[in-house]
Write a protein that binds this ligand. Structure first.
Ligand SMILES: [Fe+2]
Ligand SMILES: [Fe+2]
Length: 237
């Protein structure tokens, strides 16, 4: 009887590394297909084709979405698997709450509909489209379900938007004379969060089973968030 050769730890680790690398490439492609900049409502705003009323309603949808999704992202602190992840996610959340270099993000976003003529009452009592509710509740579900799925949903969400922040900021400024502080602070912040998220994704996507759960979270976040912006296209007509 011949004895089984002992598994070579170096080979095993590098195989896992390669699997993770390949999978991250696949995930990047999936997110890329669903980028905000591919959506008609975003392109219309960037190119100055959207009416002020359409932007007001789009901004109220976005504000509704963020009012649900952002607080749920804090559950990820409780689920963080190690101190380093806890601290890094905590920094992201500190920025959201306005404890870093800029004011609280939800407050900045609430300003946007008002800059396009909405009253406080209109913004607070706004009834969103079902597609917006779907997107907000989907990402929130993954934030609460597990750290692995939460980080995956967060990565999808932030990477979909990463190249849109600057062009939306410029579009609002050039075509509508609106200097949106919300988009301004996210030009650099979203880049940092997107990269940090991908690094955490690589660190924790170590088995097929985990990658499968993460990928479902990424896909469902992408399709519902994309549908949120598709729903807003009705504002353009
Ligand atoms: Fe933010
Ligand atoms: Fe972010």
């Amino acid at each position: 009887m011949t004895s089984q050769p002992k598994p070579d730890a170096t080979v095993t680790t590098s195989n896992v590394d390669q699997d993770v690398k390949d999978w991250i490439g696949k995930v990047r492609g999936l997110i890329d297909e669903n980028r905000w900049t591919r959506c008609e409502i975003i392109r219309a705003i960037v190119e100055g084709r959207a009416s002020r009323d359409a932007i007001k309603r789009w901004a109220m949808e976005y504000h509704y979405y963020s009012s649900i999704a952002t607080p749920n992202a804090f559950v990820m602190l409780a689920n963080a698997p190690d101190r380093q992840t806890y601290a890094a996610w905590g920094r992201n959340m500190a920025g959201e709450l306005g404890y870093l270099d800029e004011p609280e993000h939800l407050t900045l976003l609430a300003e946007l509909p008002k800059q396009f003529g909405a009253t406080e009452e209109e913004t607070v009592s706004y009834a969103p489209l079902p597609s917006t509710i779907g997107a907000a509740f989907t990402v929130s579900y993954y934030f609460r379900r597990s750290f692995e799925e939460g980080i995956a949903a967060g990565v999808a969400s932030e990477n979909m938007a990463v190249d849109a922040m600057e062009v939306i900021y410029e579009g609002l400024k050039n075509h509508y004379e609106i200097d949106s502080q919300f988009f301004k602070v996210h030009i650099a912040a979203e880049q940092e969060h997107a990269e940090m998220g991908l690094a955490f994704l690589s660190k924790h996507a170590l088995t097929d089973a985990i990658r499968e759960r993460m990928q479902r979270a990424i896909l469902n976040t992408c399709v519902t968030k994309r549908q949120m912006w598709v729903g807003c296209e009705t504002f353009l007509t």
